[in-house]
Design a protein around this ligand. Sequence first.
Ligand SMILES: [Mg+2]
Length: 153
Amino acid sequence: MEDNPRLAEILLIEDNEGDIELTKEAFEEAKFRNNLHIKMDGDEALDYLFKRNGNEDAATPDIVLLDLNLPGTDGREVLEAIKENSQIRRIPVIVLTSSQADKDVLESYDLHANCYIVKPVSAVKFMKVVRHVENFWVDIVCLPSAVYQRESS
Ligand SMILES: [Mg+2]
């Protein structure tokens, strides 16, 4: 935690309660401080990302974990909306989905997903993957939000 005193803001867009619980647990055990924001459907997620409809004070996430199959606006459309917007397109979007369909993999990259991960079925493996995501995307990657922070300090 001392290595990385910065607070990481993570947006999880996921409708499966079991996966939400496992992701929460993995982030609670993370070695860096983090705020995990959870949105269970695409429309709520877009309101949060675009800071509208009561989300005016929302923290801009450092990274987004995105499920593809969501109620309301689905994950593909959420991804498209993020990557079409010059204000938020730099936020890395990690697609984390149960779909292994080639079409979904390719379409997600076409829409500029930053990476595509198929959810492991077992809970133990799922948490392991979430920990890898944390370590890589928060501890190792140089994030655009870190640059913004340097610029403003
Ligand atoms: Mg889903």
